[in-house]
Design a protein around this ligand. Structure first.
Ligand code: ATP
Ligand code: MG
Length: 138
């Protein structure tokens, strides 16, 4: 069964959207196989977003993602990597359709509420970066 890494970003936690977002995943039928409330330190943030190191938005992105607690989780389900990205909507909430998480709950590309792995390779890397084997349910 496919797995992906998902994170409710600091803006989502600050704005009280954790239950709303988890509710969408539960209703969709994804299984939550690991989950924790945590602070991301600079080192983890820079590793997680390493692909964007040379981009102009890298510093603000790292500052934002370390600015408060996040809810990190591993979701499991058929086609969950692509399904989660569909449910999240476009990176820029201005382009995200109504009905998607970013379309319904966000207005700014800098603070777009959720992260989801982009593909199978990223999912594997990100799951290993955030979770140890003993943090998964049986
Ligand atoms: P995420 O990786 O957070 O799930 P994503 O995969 O949809 O988002 P990426 O291209 O990986 O988008 O960008 C990572 C994050 O960097 C985005 O969520 C967004 O907050 C920020 N970002 C991306 N592009 C820009 C941009 N052009 N200007 C400002 N911030 C951006
Ligand atoms: Mg990404």
């Amino acid at each position: 069964m496919e797995r992906t890494f998902c994170m409710i970003k600091p803006d989502g936690v600050r704005r009280g959207l954790v239950a709303e977002i988890l509710s969408r995943f539960e209703k969709k039928g994804f299984r939550i196989v690991a989950m924790k409330l945590m602070r991301i330190d600079r080192e983890l943030a820079e590793t997680h977003y390493a692909e964007h190191r040379e981009k102009p938005f890298f510093e603000p992105l790292v500052n934002f993602i370390t600015s408060g607690p996040v809810v990190a989780m591993v979701l499991e389900g058929p086609g969950v990597i692509a399904e989660l990205r569909k449910m999240m909507g476009a990176t820029n909430p201005a382009d995200a359709l109504p009905g998607t998480i970013r379309g319904d709950l966000a207005t700014s590309i800098d603070e777009n509420v959720v992260h989801g792995s982009a593909n199978a390779e990223d999912a594997e890397r990100e799951i290993a970066l955030f979770f140890k084997a003993e943090e998964f349910v049986a």
